[in-house]
Design a protein around this ligand. Structure first.
Ligand code: RM4
Ligand code: MN
Ligand code: MN
Length: 397
């Protein structure tokens, strides 16, 4: 491939790639043993928007921010005006809306899967309120993750809980309007350690299918067992028109929420490759919400987000460079080494010079991290926030 053709492909890939930032990635979050508080962490919703606005300002590919209803819209629909004002001020739009049915004490034994019908109703009401918030904000996706499950064998009726989930999710679906979608996320374990009600992509797929056509599956890359072939799941969901979006992060052991690509960049590349190859083969452009679900406890939060976004764009550009025609031929003729090398060649290409050129052609800095550091933003916000953060002492027990 000539260098100018490569550059053209990378430019096209960058133009079509957006990734959503999580509001919770800018606040102090911790492990189950406690939090290490960062003096510059966001302590208010406005600060989350301001920090996310920085990431978008320097990278140009993060126009939306995912919101958690309980953490970001504590007064429900009444908080919508606030969100809109902050979004406008910081050059962002509200992205996916995440109901929270896992923190309240009443959800101790589950939400939509709780054996108590009154609790199920309360969970459903909260999700329906979240749909309303989604409408008022003009957002599209309601993103659903459930902590539901049990810790000990025999303590819950797994089949009943499945049915209740089916009923609850269908009721949510019935409330969607316009181009809204609901995304069903799965996770094998944690916080429940014996059984989780939506434990894998098959369960999420069946529940989404039975809820209705606007329901799709959300793949959180950290929510798989070791060695699971995530790109195969992605390929199947694409083929079935059931891939709604991603929560990107990397992991070494479980749901570690580490920086995307920090442990296994080739896996992220393979996921992007399945998507690009599907697009090339079918001529379709599936509607996939790329979102980040990370909270950095040790790295500086804004810097880590810029690093994540940079990594995502690089891996996406590499996947765009795969020679699909050649690959298809090699697959058909079972030319294994040649087929595999199509992927490896693309993965090994240094896409950074072309991405820098692309950024500059849009009036943005070639190096977003350096530009952020030079802006002095962190030095400006830290003194204002550090006292508030220090006051948020936290302990495990
Ligand atoms: C879960 C899951 C959800 C996220 C919560 C906070 O593990 O990844 O997407 O909203 O954590
Ligand atoms: Mn997630
Ligand atoms: Mn998670």
């Amino acid at each position: 491939m000539t260098e100018s053709k490569q550059t053209a492909i990378i430019f096209e890939a960058q133009d079509s790639f957006h990734i959503e930032l999580p509001s919770w990635g800018f606040a102090n979050t911790g492990t189950r043993f406690g939090k290490f508080l960062q003096p510059a962490a966001a302590t208010t919703l406005e600060e989350k928007f301001s920090d996310a606005g920085q990431v978008h300002r320097w990278t140009g590919v993060c126009p939306t921010i995912a919101l958690h209803v309980l953490w970001d819209l504590p007064q429900g629909a009444k908080s919508v005006a606030n969100v809109q004002a902050f979004a406008a001020e910081h050059g962002l739009r509200a992205g996916s809306i995440n109901p929270n049915v896992f923190e309240d004490q009443i959800f101790k034994y589950g939400s939509l899967g709780n054996p108590d019908p009154a609790v199920r109703k309360q969970a459903l009401d909260h999700i329906l309120d979240s749909v309303e918030i989604t409408s008022r904000l003009g957002s599209r996706d309601v993103s659903l993750w459930f902590a539901d499950g049990s810790n000990y064998p025999g303590t819950q009726n797994i089949r009943h809980r499945r049915k209740w989930f089916e009923e609850g999710l269908a009721a949510v679906h019935a409330r969607l309007s316009g181009d809204q979608r609901m995304l069903v996320e799965y996770k094998p374990f944690e916080p429940a350690f014996y059984h989780t009600d939506i434990a894998d992509w098959g369960m999420a797929l069946l529940l989404a299918k039975s809820a209705g056509p606007r329901a799709k599956v959300l793949v959180d890359t950290g929510h798989h067992y070791q060695a699971q072939n995530i790109e195969q799941i992605v390929a199947w969901l694409l083929d079935l028109d059931m891939l709604g979006g991603f929560h990107f992060n990397d992991r070494r052991y479980a749901d570690d929420d580490l920086t995307l690509g920090s442990i296994d960049p080739y896996q992220v590349f393979r996921i992007f490759h399945e998507i690009r190859h599907f697009e090339w083969e079918t001529g379709k452009r599936p509607d996939i919400a790329y979102m980040i679900d990370q909270s950095h406890n040790l790295k500086g939060k804004i810097e880590a987000m810029i690093q994540t976004v940079t990594t995502a764009t690089e891996l996406y550009a590499k996947a765009a460079l795969v020679d699909h025609e050649k690959l298809a031929r090699f697959q058909t003729s079972c030319a294994l080494v040649d087929a595999e090398n199509c992927l490896k060649d693309a993965f090994a290409t240094d896409v950074r010079p072309a991405i820098r050129e692309w950024a500059q052609s849009h009036g943005r800095p070639a190096d977003p991290l350096a530009a952020f550091r030079e802006s002095g933003y962190l030095e400006r916000i830290t003194p204002q926030r550090s006292q508030r953060n220090a006051a948020l002492a936290s302990s495990y027990a």
